[in-house]
Write a protein that binds this ligand. Structure first.
Ligand code: VGL
Ligand code: ZN
Length: 199
């Protein structure tokens, strides 16, 4: 039997109530995520990790507002409030998260000119983070995803993981979404169609 890993996506202060890009109820999932962490042999976390002035921040584009979309060389990009700046309190994991068991923390979004939602590829869908190779080398073929946000980083991670040949379960009860214009429903639909097991 292949090994399984839990991947906890971006459970950071800035995505929780009071944070710069707060996801409604983002902190509510912490106890359930901690239960999952206890129940998995292998735990990996991702950490959104932007330099100040990152190109995904609305503040980096004169006249643009957060949550507007712009065209970047790699395709459309939603603009966000400044968030998860490298080393800031907002970029820390939620203080209640049992992060110590994580065997690997994948940081993403650290290149100024490109955003990265997925744990596997940046938003050009070509630049790898190295996670697929790491999992393969370790014999991990099945992953379970939880965390923030359902409709962005969790969903793009799930879609890329399936494309990379992993069996993917998404614990929707241990995720919360940003929900721009129905994006939660749309992305849950895409994950289901792609073959993710949603629970
Ligand atoms: C995320 C927007 C910007 C996420 C990260 O973790 O879903 N969303 N950066
Ligand atoms: Zn981000």
């Amino acid at each position: 039997m292949s090994e399984q890993a839990l991947i906890v996506i971006d459970l950071q202060n800035d995505f929780c109530p009071g944070g710069a890009l707060a996801v409604e109820g983002g902190d509510e999932i912490v106890p359930l995520v901690n239960d999952l962490i206890r129940n998995f042999d292998h735990v990996i976390m991702t950490q959104d990790w932007h330099p100040a002035g990152h190109s995904s921040f609305a503040s980096s584009h004169a006249g643009k507002q957060a949550f507007q979309s712009i065209d970047m060389p790699y395709g459309p990009q939603t603009l966000w409030p400044d968030h998860c700046i490298q080393g800031s309190i907002g970029s820390d994991f939620h203080p209640g998260l049992a992060w110590a068991k994580a065997e690997l923390v994948i940081r993403k979004g650290f290149r100024h000119d490109i955003d990265s939602y997925s744990a596997f590829f940046e938003n050009d869908h070509r630049t790898p983070t190295g996670l697929a190779g790491y999992l393969r080398e370790r014999g991990i073929r099945e992953i379970t995803l939880c965390g923030l946000a359902t409709d962005f980083c969790v969903a793009y991670s799930a879609l890329d993981a399936i494309e990379q040949g992993f069996a993917v379960t998404v614990r929707l009860d241990a995720c919360r979404g940003i929900n721009l214009d129905g994006s939660v429903e749309a992305m849950v639909g895409r994950m289901r169609e792609a073959g993710a097991r949603l629970t």
